[in-house]
Ligand binder design. Structure first.
Ligand code: NAX
Ligand code: ADP
Ligand code: K
Length: 499
């Protein structure tokens, strides 16, 4: 499913209108009807409903929704919150159909009248502003939004909660706080940002008849279960351990043995053929009982720098520490151009000095920072990253020729060519030390088993989060879930994808 900016959404509408001959009024009818039937899941027959209608096409959708609900026999009051002169174009055409169908609307004169009406409502449908919003809400919207947010009724939004910007990068806004948002055609960037995501409440996307074959390819997509099912490599009946990749994991130290143990175990649980671990010899006794299937490698000349040749993939950084000998290890990995490399945790701190050289690597380089680590790598502030994660990830990945996995509740995976995928599986049970180590193991394993790196990374992120989701559905709560539970839970997720 594509993720769009406001501009890209207007472009999709334009293509549907010009290339397919779908007229704007028809799209508005489709949108309004699709949204109505979606919202009905949250409405009961005895509910008193208020529909708030704004000046633009979002308001036009509001007239269609109010008419459809009234035709179905629901108790609806349609409030136009702007003067008649502001309702123009397709919205005006639908207002006329609404009136010709014998339905009255109320015109906002004072906020007291509206407040009385809101006081009697069980459900409020917000069709005031959509992707056309610019800057902070002006009156009367700002006051109406404040009134609505204080009420105890069910708040449902059309396309976007009014006031929420569609695109990343906007910090200063005030918005309708929806319990549920019915998104038209494609999720907007703001669905995935920390500051705007909470305003949407639960959400889903309704289809309004735009022809997929004609739509521009934005190369920014939400990655879901259907995509995993389509792209997850099958395990060949005639395969042997060598067919599934031999991986090297460099990390762990005397005081941090657990992280590399989890990465190794997660890699094996995700299908890796062979896993070797390079770590501080003092850490080996605590790691080996936890991953009996892994082997250990000694560094060259008895030191800590391992031989890097002969692997299908290398992951570095988990629990590694930041000593000078580790700088040497990371430097050698950067210059070892032919093996796919994944860098996490301490590895991300150590690689900062070699960023300019990453572009020269021939095999894929994958960096998996959380926003704090990305701030260190990029020199941006965490706030800047959280406000515009799509554009900052894209700029960084393209500049350094790397795959960037920017982790969080919405994880953004960006390829060196700027293609982006978003994973939203997972829950706050993963907000614990060790979750990232497990993800690194899964990603290393996926990279060794599939040809397409973007698919491998997207699938790995989905499987990691989706395992945590399955585990909190029955066995665990978000509070007690451990990263190691996710490793043992992987089998459940894999079983749902195997035929
Ligand atoms: N063909 C299309 O373009 C379709 C559009 N649809 C709907 O149309 C919406 C987009 O329509 P519009 O482009 O008219 O945008 P909006 O419906 O968001 O409204 C823009 C209007 O709001 C005013 N406005 C902007 N910022 C404001 C602020 N901060 N305070 C107060 N008023 C402000 C503008 O002056 C303008 O009159 C979508 O979100 C969707 O709901 C759907 O009907 C499907 C088809
Ligand atoms: N609130 C959350 N909702 C969903 N996923 C989360 C949440 N918090 C963390 N995660 C996921 O958990 C992992 C945490 O990785 P990271 O921050 O590197 O953890 P650590 O280094 O402590 O192991 C990432 O995959 C991230 O997407
Ligand atoms: K809205």
């Amino acid at each position: 499913m594509d993720i769009v900016t406001a501009q890209e959404m207007y472009e999709r509408d334009r293509v549907a209108m010009e290339a397919a001959g779908l007229d704007g009024k028809l799209l508005m009818e489709n949108a309004g009807r699709a949204v109505t039937y979606d919202l009905l899941r949250h409405i009961q027959k005895e509910h008193a409903i208020v529909v708030l209608i704004g000046a633009g096409n979002n308001g036009g959708d509001g007239f269609v929704i109010a008419r459809t609900l009234l035709n179905l026999g629901y108790d609806v009051e349609a409030w136009q919150v702007v003067p008649d002169t502001k309702i123009t174009g397709d919205a005006e055409a639908h207002k006329k159909i609404f009136q010709a169908s014998g339905h009255p609307y109320r015109l906002l004169k004072s906020s007291e009248d509206l407040n009385t009406s809101l006081g009697c409502a069980d459900v409020c449908i917000d069709a005031m502003l959509g992707i056309g919003v610019k800057g902070r809400l002006k009156e009367p919207y700002a006051e109406i939004v404040r009134l609505c947010n204080e009420k105890s009724f069910v708040r449902l939004s059309v396309d976007l909660p009014s006031g929420v910007p569609a695109d990343e990068g906007e910090e200063d806004f005030e918005a309708f706080q929806a319990h549920y948002t019915s998104i038209i055609d494609a999720p907007k960037q703001s669905v995935f940002l920390q500051s705007t995501r909470p305003y949407y409440g639960e959400w889903s996307v309704v289809e309004i008849g735009l022809p997929p074959q004609l739509l521009p390819d934005h190369r920014r997509r939400l990655w879901g279960a259907a995509d995993v099912k389509r792209t997850l490599p099958e395990r060949d009946a005639h395969s042997h351990k060598g067919s599934h990749g031999k991986g090297l994991i460099i990390g762990g130290s005397r005081l941090m043995p657990g992280s590399v143990a989890m990465t190794a175990r997660a890699a094996l649980r995700s299908g890796a053929g062979l896993i070797a671990v390079s770590t501080d010899p003092e850490a080996i006794p605590s790691i080996s009982p936890y991953v009996q299937e892994a082997t250990f490698v000694e560094g060259k000349d008895g030191g800590q720098v391992p031989v890097l040749e002969g692997y299908d993939g290398i992951a570095v950084g988990m629990g590694l520490g930041r000593t000078s000998v580790m700088v040497t290890v990371v430097e050698q990995l950067v210059h070892e151009k032919e093996t796919p490399l994944l860098v996490d945790a301490d590895g991300l701190y150590l690689i900062k000095g070699f960023l300019q050289e990453l572009e020269k690597r021939e095999a894929p380089t994958v960096l998996t920072p959380h926003p704090g680590e990305f701030a260190h790598l990029s020199g941006l502030s965490i706030k800047e990253i959280l406000n515009s994660p799509f554009s900052h990830s894209k700029e960084f990945a393209e500049k350094h020729g790397v795959y960037l996995v920017l982790k969080g509740p919405s994880t953004i995976i960006t390829g060196p060519d700027g293609e982006q995928r978003v994973n939203i599986s997972g829950n706050a049970g993963l907000a614990k030390g060790g979750s990232g180590d497990v993800l690194s193991g899964i990603l290393l394993s996926m990279m060794m088993q599939g040809e397409d790196v973007m698919n491998a990374l997207s699938n790995g992120c989905f499987l990691h989060g989706s395992t945590a989701d399955l585990l909190v559905q029955d066995e665990h709560a978000k509070i007690d879930l451990l990263a190691s539970d996710v490793i043992e839970g992987l089998s459940r997720t894999f079983r749902t994808f195997s035929s």
